[in-house]
Design a binder for this molecule. Sequence first.
Ligand code: C2E
Ligand code: MG
Ligand code: MG
Length: 381
Amino acid sequence: MELGTGDVLFREGDIATTGFLVEAGELEIAISINGKPIVLSHLRAGDILGEMAVFDGEPRSATATALTPCVLFAIDRTQISDRLAKADPIIRALLEGQVKRYRGAIRAIRGVGRGEPVEQGSSSEISAGDKFRLETHLREALAGEGLDVRYQPIMHVASGRIAGYEALIRWNHSERGHVSPLEFVGLAEESGLIVQLGEYVFDTACRAVQRFIASGVEPKPFVAVNVSARQLEHPGLIERVVARVEAAAVPRGSLKVEITESRALDHALVKVAIDLCHRHGIGVALDDFGTGFSHLTQMHLLEFDTLKVDQAFSRSMLTGPRSMAIVEAIVRMAKALGAEIVVEGIETEEMLQALRRMGCDYAQGYLIGKPQTLDELLSAH
Ligand code: C2E
Ligand code: MG
Ligand code: MG
């Protein structure tokens, strides 16, 4: 795109659709106060302009005029918004904060309001400030007290016996009370604290296995630990985890890993993790199957031992024959692949009956047991 000297690229108040990269020439950015222009900046080759209104969807805050003949390259809205969506949420929030502050400053210069930024965006999302605070508290919790692991029983359907437990992290925050793993595991992933958090859960789970063995409970239960696909992206994470499990000398087969697939799985990464786990006697389950991005085209490459069916399926299972048919098909698929199957979210006898009829291997849910502390479980034996 080319402009002649004096041409206006955009005006204050225009609706924005694109940003621009200056390839040659010089432009002036100005705002007008009581009809008088105030020049904010001069832009030259390599500078970007007009991106701010694309970020926040508000009208152009200033007017851009060519001071010399200019060559510009248009940056499409999606080129900006796609990158923003993929950016680290804290970086995104910082950027949004800067844009808000800038808009507020311009309003203040114009004498509109006292420069307070206009509140926008969803209030249900955790703000950057909250995230910083939570992250700091989580780091402290990892170093001290407040984290805890609960164990939820997994029942062998045919025999009715408890075959193992899923380790579920809990955080009892001093001010916020009980914080759900759905909230802080994501935060830990963003900040890298997931590495320590994972190690904490694995170490605790290994100790749980040893205490189960020492208690003499039969059959010896396994303990399954959750690992998110994003966790696996940390280089060397799974190697370190396996080394810790090895050092804890828990018997082969007594520890399992559940890989959550609710996010796009990097199949190559998961394959490497599965192979490594298998070499060390650690079984692998694909968790929350069917809720995320299960690429059936890639499934044959992953030699998982167990498929876990998300509670979304079991919840709808009894509502109609179509939902039931889907659960049955998943159970049959797992069996055909030689994998075991666990259906989660079993809350009623009726649901358990349906699993029995399908020949499903394992059931997990509030009917069988809620997540409990290790002491609660051991004292019940
Ligand atoms: P998940 O692995 O699918 O775990 C099952 C979740 O369903 C648990 O929630 C459990 O408490 C809940 N649940 C179990 N039975 C029932 C039931 O009958 N009805 C209902 N409504 N819910 C049931 P929780 O503990 O809040 O964990 C949520 C998710 O957080 C887990 O889903 C897992 O993906 C993740 N998570 C938990 N602990 C860890 C961890 O140590 N590391 C990682 N990376 N993720 C974890
Ligand atoms: Mg799980
Ligand atoms: Mg699950």
